[in-house]
Ligand binder design. Structure first.
Ligand code: SF4
Length: 909
């Protein structure tokens, strides 16, 4: 693949081959958006090389940005004594890393000599900072260069690692010998290792400065964050694909890229990784990091007070080692790697890739990460991501609004509330004497909250939630304030409780406690009251026998435990601190308390997104199908306070020749029945018959695969059953083998394999059966991320309009919220109604986007419902489909067009 430099809009874009003109336009527009610090909404259909355009466009901008910055720095350093910019604000290039920009506005009436003095000082400070930054950069570059060219260095590091391991082993041995020589420690109140379960003294932020979780070692690993691009996508496979594209691109050799992932993906400590669930792995790892710090300070204490009772050091993760992490960080930056390569490297280096990659963020130019890590403020902070002055690209963003909403919506079930209460209560009882007053106070507050949450659901915290049937059932939706008031907790400062939970890590302690003792402990004084509940807890935890449960032996095989229920409660408490108007609480009361739940629904996704757009230099939201764009503009950007002028839209056509696609809206079927699949009409047998006749006709003229999307699983099942009864299925089966979307996600792959094998086979053999028909569901398992290219999808049919269920309380609330908060433009639908229509059309666009996946692909797209012919609906189709769409009032001409299209195209293919 020869690398070529392309010029578009006067800018040089290295590209692996001659780009399509739409790719050139894409890159030029992207460059401008990043340069001007705008918010871009970019749409580029699948198969048009969107990833490559993003990579080459964005990295070309970064290349120029860095170059300009260096030139500017050099100029400033050269003229150290000359006034900077005539005393004006510093140049924009310097803004991201030298961000503590001096305030250039001086108070009115300040004497000239004072102004000059202050200016001079600022200039000197800036020059000092620049020098420092330059020297740091130089050192880093030298280090990376050394690693790149010096295999010897890696060998030395490996030897050092082995030596360290050996020293560690010897130290452990001598500790054991020492312990054996001095005899067993005198028994204290708490069993060995139990001390770690007790909450340490808690001071709120008002009482002390913000705790700095980093130790000295990590401080050394911290570097200045240079200007970079954060690229995020939905799934790990999409991220891996992107990294491979970077590797193949002209920027693959010299871009410092780091891939971020969860501990579940990156942990190399087998004992921890084998715990299975994300929550367990996170908890164990965090505990181990705390152990490391605590062991260190304990050792220091023991040094100071040698007579103090020696406590057994707790296990720290051997992969969390400063020297190795430092080396791994540098190796990560030397060469572009995906997650799998990172794990291999971590194993080789004996260093943790999860932390190694995080320490590589500051010096990286491109950081590749999943949505959750970027869009959730707490996760972002925990990962060490700083968005100030940076560029963010959010790819596959068609569902961005839903994603933000679901990341920030949370629920907790009745049984989780009861479990959390029981565990916390027992914890408090066991350690009551050792807990400081503040801890006790907050624990009691949390217990009170839990009790009130159960009460508001109509239950009783003291009884078994499985056997408690609720007198009132149904769903109730409340504003946050109403919920707090009804639960009688409006007098509690939830911000303080939330901060306590965060800082004290009470849920982790509780988790360790239940892990050690099982969920149930003997509480003689409470025995009669808890008897029924203990029984319930035992039923939940099959491994737990009679109380008191014996401490779980180290290494004993255990079934994976569910995540800590208090952690879920914490998530719910945090959500309740959202502003009243931006969220709702849904009380769902089912038959029993255990099945009932409290759910927080975020109504305004702009709240968490506002921070991203405010801090970043530029944000790009990109996808294959971004239509209808109005949701992004109104619900996300306008509500996040983004000026309409800061938003740039770019939509490019497809790379296929226009006649490779035939989009049709068909308004009536072969027997002239009008096609309108409203809730009222679609279940009529006549409608199902007419749909069947349309499909029979299509299957006669379309070669290969036909994918037919229904608006819901239930309707697909009804239609299938009806066709089976009337014999239509048998008629369809004459031309196409019929497949149905499976209910279970685990079966999807098998169905797809059988489907494609059948099409391939029919293509080779010839005969009456010409391919396969796949009955699928809009928004189902096959409507996103699955590629029906070439013969797998020669025709995509959408039956009816898949409007979301307007009866759902969540949607009703969201509609009401939008109608209330967004302005209504003249001649437009009310915002709530527009949302419902947009949700429907977004789902349709995703489904029809499954076909046509590359430049030589061709397919017909059939929209079966006369409502698609309405201009506002047509306007919501992607531009490259909309421009070609033909509305057919009757079936005859539609069928003729389809037959002609497939006849011609099949002849060519
Ligand atoms: S430090 Fe890394 S390797 Fe060790 S437990 Fe944590 S994630 Fe796993």
């Amino acid at each position: 693949m020869a690398n070529k430099t392309q010029e578009a809009g006067g800018i040089h874009f290295p590209f692996p081959f001659t780009p399509y003109s739409i790719q050139k336009d894409f890159m030029a527009e992207l460059y401008q958006v990043l340069e001007a610090g705008k918010i871009g909404i970019f749409e580029s259909p699948t198969g048009t090389g969107k990833s490559l355009s993003l990579i080459c466009g964005a990295l070309s901008w970064l290349r120029d940005f860095e170059q300009k910055k260096r030139q500017e720095e050099a100029r400033l350093l050269e003229s150290e004594t000359a006034p900077l910019n005539g005393g004006k604000a510093q140049p924009p290039f310097l803004s991201s890393s030298c961000h503590e920009s001096p305030d250039t506005r001086r108070p009115a009436g300040e004497p000239d000599w004072v102004t000059q003095f202050v200016q001079k000082k600022e200039e000197r400070d800036l020059v000092d900072r620049l020098k420092e930054e330059q020297s740091r950069r130089k050192k880093r570059e030298e280090r990376l260069q050394q690693i790149r060219h010096n295999a010897q260095l890696k060998y030395v590091a490996k030897c050092e690692r082995q030596e360290e391991d050996e020293t560690e082993r010897l130290l452990r041995l001598s500790r054991e010998v020492l312990a054996a020589g001095t005899g067993a420690e005198p028994l204290e109140q708490l069993a060995s290792g139990e001390e770690e379960l007790v909450l340490s003294e808690y001071e709120s932020d008002e009482e002390k400065g913000a705790a700095n979780g980093l130790g000295e070692d990590e401080d050394d690993l911290e570097e200045e964050h240079i200007t970079k691009i954060y690229y995020c996508s939905r799934t790990h496979s999409q991220l891996a694909q992107f990294v491979h594209e970077v590797q193949k691109s002209p920027f693959g050799k010299d871009t410092r890229l780091v891939s971020l992932g969860s501990r579940q993906n990156l942990c190399v400590n087998e004992d921890v990784k084998n715990l299975g669930s994300m929550q367990l792995i996170n908890d164990r790892c965090m505990e181990m990091q705390r152990s490391k710090h605590e062991n260190k300070s304990r050792a220091e204490d023991e040094e100071k007070e040698p007579k103090r009772r020696r406590r057994e050091p707790r296990t720290a993760c051997p992969f969390y080692n400063y020297t190795r992490l430092q080396l791994l960080r540098d190796e990560v930056l030397v060469e572009v790697k995906d997650i799998e390569q990172l794990v291999t490297l971590g194993k080789e280096a004996g260093a943790c890739p999860y932390y190694g990659s995080r320490f590589a963020i500051p010096a990286a130019q491109l950081v590749v990460l999943p949505y959750q890590m970027l869009l959730h403020a707490a996760t972002r902070q925990a990962a060490g991501i700083r968005l100030q002055g940076q560029v963010v690209i959010i790819d596959e963003a068609h569902n961005l609004i839903d994603t933000i909403t679901s990341i920030h919506s949370t629920d907790v079930s009745g049984s989780q509330l009861c479990q959390a209460h029981s565990q916390l209560f027992q914890y408090m009882e066991r350690y009551r004497k050792r807990l400081k007053a503040k801890n006790l106070m907050y624990i009691k507050q949390i217990l009170y909250l839990l009790e009130k949450f159960v009460t508001v659901l109509g239950g009783n915290i003291k009884q078994n939630p499985n056997t408690q049937s609720l007198s009132q059932t149904g769903t109730e939706l409340k504003t946050i304030n109403d919920f707090l008031f009804q639960s009688q907790i409006d007098n509690i400062n939830l911000f303080k409780v939330q901060r306590y939970c965060e800082k004290s890590m009470v849920s982790r302690k509780l988790f360790g406690f239940t892990e050690r003792y099982g969920a149930v402990l003997a509480l003689p004084r409470e025995q009669p009251r808890l008897a029924g509940f203990q029984h319930f807890l035992q039923s939940l935890q099959p491994g737990v026998t009679e109380a008191p449960a014996a401490p779980v032996e180290e290494g004993e095989a255990r079934a994976p435990r569910p995540a800590s229920p208090l952690m879920r409660v914490e998530g719910f408490l945090a959500a309740l601190t959202t502003a009243n108007q931006d969220g709702r609480v849904i009380l769902s009361r089912q038959g029993s308390l255990s099945q009932s739940s409290l759910k927080f629904l975020l109504l305004n996704p702009a709240v968490p997104f506002a921070q991203v757009v405010k801090e970043c230099r530029a944000v790009v939201i990109a996808g294959g199908t971004m239509q209808p764009v109005s949701d992004f503009r109104e619900q996300l950007l306008a509500c996040a306070g983004v000026d309409a002028e800061r938003v740039v839209e770019f939509s490019c056509g497809h790379v296929i020749p226009p006649d490779n696609i035939l989009p049709l809206v068909i308004c009536s079927g072969p027997s002239n029945r009008q096609l309108e699949f409203t809730y009222l009409k679609r279940e009529l047998p006549q409608m199902m018959d007419e749909t069947g006749r349309v499909l029979c006709n299509l299957c006669n003229v379309v070669p290969g695969g036909v994918v037919c999307f229904f608006p819901s699983y239930e309707y697909q099942r009804q239609v299938h059953a009806h066709w089976d009864k009337t014999g239509l299925l048998a008629r369809l089966a004459v031309r196409k083998k019929i497949f149905q979307e499976p209910k279970r996600a685990s079966e999807v792959e098998q169905v797809l394999m059988d489907y494609s094998r059948c099409i391939k086979c029919c293509g080779q053999v010839g005969g009456v059966v010409t391919g396969a028909l796949l009955l699928s569901v809009v928004g189902g398992k096959m409507s996103e991320g699955i590629n029906f290219s070439d013969n797998l999808g020669r025709c995509v049919v959408v039956v009816g309009m898949p409007y979301p269920n307007i009866k759902s309380p969540e949607l009703q609330e969201k509609v009401a919220y939008l109608d209330h908060t967004l302005p209504r433009s003249p001649g437009q639908l009310p915002p709530g109604k527009a949302l419902v229509e947009n949700l429907c059309m977004k789902a349709v666009n995703q489904s029809i986007g499954r076909a046509i996946r590359h430049q030589k692909d061709f397919a017909s797209i059939v929209l079966l419902d006369q409502r698609y012919a309405r201009p506002p609906i047509l306007a919501k189709l992607p531009g490259w489909i909309r421009d070609r769409v033909e509305v057919k009032a009757t079936f005859g001409p539609a069928f003729a067009a389809l037959r002609k299209f497939h006849h011609e195209k099949s002849g060519l293919s």
